[in-house]
Structures are given as C-alpha cells and as structure tokens.
Design a binder for this molecule. Structure first.
Ligand SMILES: NC(=O)c1ccc[n+]([C@@H]2O[C@H](COP(=O)([O-])OP(=O)(O)OC[C@H]3O[C@@H](n4cnc5c(N)ncnc54)[C@H](OP(=O)(O)O)[C@@H]3O)[C@@H](O)[C@H]2O)c1
Length: 322
C-alpha cells in the first residue's frame, strides 16, 4: 500500500503522485505541447497508472476544451473504475472571461467528466480574467456551497495571492486546499518566493506540475540530443530545451543516472522520488505520461526511499540550475 497524503486541510487522501492529463488534450492547443494520443493509448496509460497505485488525476478545461476530461473519464470507465474510487482535479480557464463564467461553465465541466465528481476545481492562473481574483474565488465558493465541486484550488498563484484566496474562503467557512505550481529539480522557486513557507503555514498542498521539467529530467535528451529537433514549441519553451540546457544540467543528470542504477530505477523515478520527499508532505507531483510504461513507473517511484545524503546531493547539484 502506498502511503497517502491529505489534500490541504480537506479529508481527501491522495497518493504522492497523481497523473497529469495535459497529454490527453488532443488536437488544437494540446498539440502545441505534445503529439496527439489515440484513445487506445490513453486507455492503456490510465489503466497503467491505476495499476501502479495512482488514486488521482489532474486535467483542465484548457486541455482541449473538454477533450482531456472526456478521454480521462472514458479510460477510467474502460478500466473498471467508477466515480468515488479515485479523485479528479480540473481547472477553469480565466482567459478573457469574467468570474461569472466559472458558474456558467461548471455544467460543461461536469458533462465532460461523464459522471465523475470534481474533487478539486482550480483557477488555472492568476491573470487573464476581466474580474478580480476576489470575485473568482467567491464564485468558486458558491459552486462549493451548491455542492457542484468538493474543494477549491488555484494554480500559478503567488504566496500573497494564495493567502488572500484562503482568507476570502475562510470568511465563508471554507479553505483553499491546493496551489498548483511548477516545481522540479530544475525549478525550485517555491523555496525563495514564499510559496512553500505559506503553503506549510496555511496547510495548503502544493501540486507540482512539470515535475520532470517536461521530460528533460528523464535524461533521454542528454543521451540523444537529436530528439531536441522534434520538441513542440510550447513544450520547448517550458523546458528550455536547447544544447546549453543539456550542458548545464549534465552533472545533475549523471547523478540521477548513478542513483537510478543503484536502485534499479530510472532517472525519472529518482527525480520524482526526490520531489515528493525533499519538501515533505506539502508537495505532491503530477507527471504527465504519453506511454504506458511511464505511468507504470510511477508506482515504484512513490515507493523509492532516497537517503538524506542522496536527497542533499541532488539538491546541491540542482541549486545552481533552479
Ligand atoms: N497548471 C499549469 O499551469 C500546468 C502547466 C503545465 C502542466 N500542468 C500539468 O502538469 C502535468 C505534467 O506536466 P508536463 O507534461 O508539462 O511535464 P512533465 O510531467 O515534467 O513531463 C512529462 C513528459 O515526461 C516524459 N515522461 C514522463 N514520465 C516518464 C518516465 N517515467 N520515463 C521517461 N519519460 C517520462 C514524457 O515525455 P514524452 O511524451 O516525450 O515521452 C512526458 O510526456 C500536465 O499533464 C498537466 O496536468 C499544469
């Protein structure tokens, strides 16, 4: 049994790793990040994640306007998993919309999730809406009070923004339970920008997106730099995929490889094990997977126990890169 963690101050228990589902976004914006996956592949990826012990999934309206939410829930049903057996986090897209749109689009989210309840509804980013963050958070609170969603989260919020969101919710007897931000061995800004300290103080879970730096931490690009030529534009920008990055990160990747060999694991598993251990229970991770074996590997990554000197050595090598 994999030890679970509480999602913020809620009663929801999540495995330290959930599956990120941007890879299921289909054509359109999704294809700017990752090649489109067919339904059969998505089915096997989701089944592999479930079999490896994963008990929650992160999707979003922005991932194909319902494409990812539908693909995920179709795959869950096909795997014999029903509502209530796992948790789903989705997100509302603020871009060019008012706060009232959160309520107007909730039925579309519920329909796209095909009978699976929304465990966590998140404001995808702190910018882009015509309404204030206060109005957006209040609109989320109304959905919670109406029983349409179980819990409220945000994404890409600063320490100050997440603290304010939590304060607004507390005034209504609710709590902010999560802030989804980028965190990995190559992106450790939470340590300096107040987000980690605030999350710990307010008992808010940090959901680490791009925990493998969009695949850079797997070491496959260091091994075969030719693969850089095929990276899609937004993914390239997110991961800063270029020769200079490969050169700068080589010592860290070498250490990941060394530990991987010692543990009979892969560099990706070591990078994920570091992330879900180094920050304690406050941080959980949502790696995306485009191949079934990647989802299968997540279970063993959650059970890896790196020693304190190993955790510190990785932190030391990543410090100049963060
Ligand atoms: N809130 C936000 O603003 C935001 C932004 C970005 C992402 N997200 C969320 O975070 C999730 C993950 O982020 P991400 O996709 O950007 O980056 P990531 O999880 O760091 O990288 C995912 C990629 O890494 C490779 N990979 C994954 N597991 C592997 C394994 N075990 N072995 C080898 N390679 C492996 C795969 O690359 P290949 O496909 O090349 O094999 C996969 O597509 C998304 O699915 C999404 O749910 C949220």
């Amino acid at each position: 049994m994999i030890a679970t963690r509480m999602l913020g101050s809620s009663d929801i228990e999540v495995t330290p790793i959930g599956l990120g589902c941007m890879q299921f976004a289909g054509p359109g914006l999704g294809a700017q990040f990752y090649p489109e996956l067919d339904g059969a592949t998505i089915g096997t990826v989701v089944k592999s994640a479930l079999d490896s012990g994963i008990n929650w999934f992160d999707t979003a309206e922005m991932y194909g306007g319902g494409h990812s939410e539908r693909a995920l829930t179709t795959a869950l049903r096909a795997a014999g998993t029903g509502p209530g057996e796992i948790s789903i986090a989705t997100k509302w897209t603020p871009l060019g919309r008012t706060a009232g749109n959160i309520g107007r689009t909730i039925d579309a989210r519920i329909a796209a999730l095909q009978g699976f309840p929304i465990t966590l509804h998140q404001i995808h980013q702190p910018f882009g809406s015509f309404s204030s963050q206060t109005r957006q958070v209040q609109e989320m609170a109304q959905l919670r009070e109406a029983g349409k969603i179980a819990h409220i989260g945000v994404s890409n919020f600063s320490a100050r923004q997440m603290e304010r969101a939590d304060r607004i919710l507390r005034e209504r007897g609710l709590r902010l339970v999560a802030n989804q931000v980028q965190i990995s061995l190559l992106h450790r800004r939470i340590e300096d920008n107040g987000v980690l300290e605030t999350a710990r103080r307010l008992e808010i879970t940090l959901i680490a997106y791009s925990p493998l730096k969009s695949g850079l931490l797997t070491g496959k690009f260091h091994e075969s730099p030719d693969l850089l030529d095929n990276i899609r534009p937004i993914r390239r920008a997110l991961g800063r995929f270029n020769q200079r990055t490969l050169a700068r990160t080589a010592p860290l990747i070498d250490e990941l490889r060394k530990l991987a060999a010692a543990y009979g694991a892969t560099p990706a598993q070591i990078a994920l094990a570091w992330l879900i251990t180094y920050y304690g229970d406050t941080v959980v991770a949502i790696p995306g997977a485009s191949k079934p074996h990647q989802a299968t590997e997540l279970g063993a990554a959650m059970e890896l126990r790196l020693t304190d000197p190993e955790l510190s050595r990785l932190a030391e090598l990543s410090a100049p890169l963060k």
